[in-house]
Design a protein around this ligand. Structure first.
Ligand code: APR
Length: 271
């Protein structure tokens, strides 16, 4: 079997993980209804109250540990594998930090994978920016350290893995092994540069299919990727529960839940 397309870029957002039990951001009950974005997701917020920020991301690490990839993550991981085998070039860009794509791959993150907003499974030194694989929860609901499984699935190739809990300051904030300065989550906060944008744009301008899954189309640059791909001549498709903010950028708009619509859509890629 061959794919109808030769170069495919997928973009995913919180909606692909909602059926796994991960909360989205902007729906009712979404994360941003309960938290002030600038307090927990900005460099200024971290400077002001690093304990609050680490508590927020520690809770999210615990939650990520409790959920599993759903049918949409698994179908996508299988499709990426099969497409690559058949000679089609693929790229998966996710805005999600929940690690569910990596876990659906069943192996270390693929080279054709960009976590544009970072991931819960890494931390970085605030001084030298060195990045570490890190699954520790430094605060749980009771401000107690909680150990996670430091298994291979969460380690990143080429990165030092924090196998034992790093030293912490008097407030409980972890300190980097490199500079003994504060460690922070390797999450792209508001006002910071997303990861891998140049590579993403390069692939978007040469792909013949772009598929957006479970993202409201509110946050740039990801919200502009469909337009970039469409202008370059790609067919653009969106799979989302509700109409998205950027719906005019799509040739094809599929409404429904990702666990049903993603496997259905992926079957149609083959001829
Ligand atoms: N299947 C498909 N789509 C779904 C499902 C589902 N089961 N459940 C929810 N959705 C859709 C919602 O209708 C919504 O349009 O997923 C979308 C999720 O939108 P957001 O909550 O805005 O999440 P996302 O687009 O990923 O947000 C982008 O914003 O705050 C930042 O950094 C954060 O990466 C995040 C970025």
């Amino acid at each position: 079997m061959e794919s109808r397309y030769k170069r495919i870029v997928f973009l995913t957002g919180a909606g692909i993980s909602s059926e796994s039990g991960v909360r989205t951001f902007r729906d009712s009950q979404g994360l941003w209804e309960e938290h002030k974005v600038e307090e927990v997701a900005s460099p200024q917020g971290f400077k002001r109250d690093p304990v609050l920020v680490w508590k927020f991301y520690s809770m999210r690490r615990i939650q990520a540990n409790e959920v599993h990839p759903n049918k949409a993550h698994i179908a996508l991981a299988d499709a990426l594998h099969n497409l690559e085998q058949s000679g089609c070039r693929t790229l998966l860009i996710t805005q999600n930090v929940d690690t569910l794509h990596e876990r659906a791959f069943g192996a270390l993150p693929s080279k054709n994978f960009i976590d544009i907003h970072g991931t819960l499974s890494r931390s970085k030194c605030t001084k030298c920016q060195k990045v570490f694989s890190d699954r520790w929860c430094y605060f749980d609901g009771k401000s107690q350290p909680v150990q996670n499984h430091a298994d291979n699935l969460w380690s990143h190739p080429g990165l030092q893995c924090l196998l034992s809990m790093p030293r912490r300051n008097a407030q409980g904030i972890p300190l980097s092994p490199c500079c003994s300065d504060l460690l922070r989550p390797d999450i792209v906060w508001f006002g910071e540069k997303p990861h891998g944008v140049e590579h993403a744009i390069e692939q978007l301008t040469t792909c013949d299919l772009f598929v957006s899954i479970g993202t409201s189309g509110n946050v740039y640059p990801a919200a502009g990727f469909a337009t970039v791909a469409r202008k370059a001549g790609a067919h653009t498709a969106s799979i989302n529960l509700e109409p998205t903010e950027n719906s005019s950028a799509f040739h094809e708009r599929i409404q429904g839940v990702a666990s049903e619509k993603v496997p259905e859509f992926l079957k149609k890629i083959w001829q």
